[in-house]
Design a protein around this ligand. Structure first.
Ligand code: FE2
Length: 266
C-alpha cells in the first residue's frame, strides 16, 4: 500500500492490487475500467498478448466538503491508474482524445495533469484531428509531482513506460465530452511508444501524413496559474489558485499565445 495523500491533496492510497482506497471524507467513485478490447483500434499490435484491464479511471473525486465549491467553479478532479505492462512491445497507454470547443468558440478546453506516483510519458499533438497533418508533437517524460498543462487544440495520450503503476490526476472542466474518433480513426497518436532492447522508443504511425520531430517538454512550474512542481494541484486549488482557464479559456488568450497556441483556425 502506498500513501499518496500528500501529493493528491486528500487521503488516498494505492493498494498492492492496483486499486485506489479513498480515506475518510473523500468521495470514492467506482473505478471505470478501460480494457484492451475497447482499445483495439489504437494499439500498434492489437492481436498480441497483454493484460485485459489497462487502466482505471476514478472520475470526480475530492473532499466531500469541496464538492459544492468545485461544482460552482465548473471543475472536476479525476485520478487515473495506468497499470504497468505492454501489449506486444507497446507500453500501456490511454485511449487518447481531443476536447471540444469551449464557450466563445475560440479555443478547445485545456486540461492540467499531475503525476501522483510512477512515471509518465505524456504525448500531445496539434493537428491530426481534421486532416492527418501534425503541426507539433510533444513528449513530456514526467515523474511524481510534475505538472503538465495541455493547451487548447492538443490531442493527448498518457503512457506508462515503467514497471510500477502510474497514478495521475487531472483538473478539467466538468461539462464536456471528449472526442475520441480522430485518434481511433488514425489508429492512435502520430507516434507509438514501444520498448526496443529494454529502451523506450517512439515509432511513427503511418496513418498520419506528417511526423514533425517530437519536442521534449521539461517539467516546470506554472506560476501564472498558481501551480508548482511538487505541490499538490488539489491543494493549490483549495488555497485559491485560479483554475478558471479550464472553464473559460477564451479569457486567457495571452497565456495560449505565450505557448504558441492561436485561436482555432489560426
Ligand atoms: Fe483530456
Amino acid at each position: 500500500m502506498i500513501d499518496l495523500s500528500d501529493i493528491a491533496g486528500f487521503p488516498v492510497s494505492l493498494r498492492d492490487d492496483g486499486y485506489l482506497e479513498f480515506g475518510e471524507g473523500v468521495i470514492s467513485p467506482a473505478p471505470e475500467a478501460r480494457r484492451r478490447s475497447d482499445m483495439a483500434e489504437v494499439l500498434l499490435y492489437p492481436e498480441q498478448s497483454g493484460p485485459d484491464i489497462l487502466y482505471h479511471m476514478y472520475r470526480a473525486t475530492g473532499l466531500e466538503k469541496d464538492m459544492i465549491p468545485m461544482m460552482n467553479a465548473g471543475l472536476r478532479y479525476d485520478i487515473t491508474v495506468i497499470h504497468p505492462g505492454k501489449i506486444g512491445s507497446e507500453y500501456i497507454k490511454t485511449l487518447g482524445h481531443y476536447h471540444p470547443m469551449a464557450p466563445g468558440q475560440l479555443y478547445t478546453y485545456p486540461e492540467v495533469y499531475q503525476v501522483l506516483h510512477g512515471k509518465a510519458h505524456f504525448l500531445m499533438q496539434k493537428g491530426g484531428d481534421v486532416t492527418g497533418e501534425i503541426e507539433d508533437f510533444v513528449i513530456a517524460d514526467f515523474e511524481k509531482g510534475n505538472i503538465l498543462l495541455i493547451p487548447p487544440s492538443y490531442g493527448h495520450v498518457t503512457v506508462n513506460p515503467d514497471s510500477e503503476p502510474l497514478v495521475m490526476a487531472n483538473w478539467v472542466a466538468r461539462e464536456f465530452s471528449s472526442i475520441y474518433e480522430p485518434i481511433r480513426a488514425r489508429k492512435g497518436m502520430a507516434y507509438y511508444n514501444v520498448e526496443y532492447r529494454d529502451k523506450s522508443i517512439f515509432m511513427p504511425n503511418d496513418s498520419y501524413g506528417t511526423h514533425p520531430k517530437p519536442r521534449l517538454q521539461n517539467p516546470g512550474d506554472i506560476p501564472e496559474l498558481g501551480l508548482y512542481r511538487g505541490k499538490s494541484m488539489y491543494k493549490s486549488w483549495q488555497e485559491g489558485a485560479d483554475l478558471n482557464f479550464l472553464v473559460k479559456p477564451h479569457l486567457y488568450a495571452k497565456l495560449w499565445e505565450s505557448m504558441g497556441v492561436g485561436a482555432a483556425g489560426n
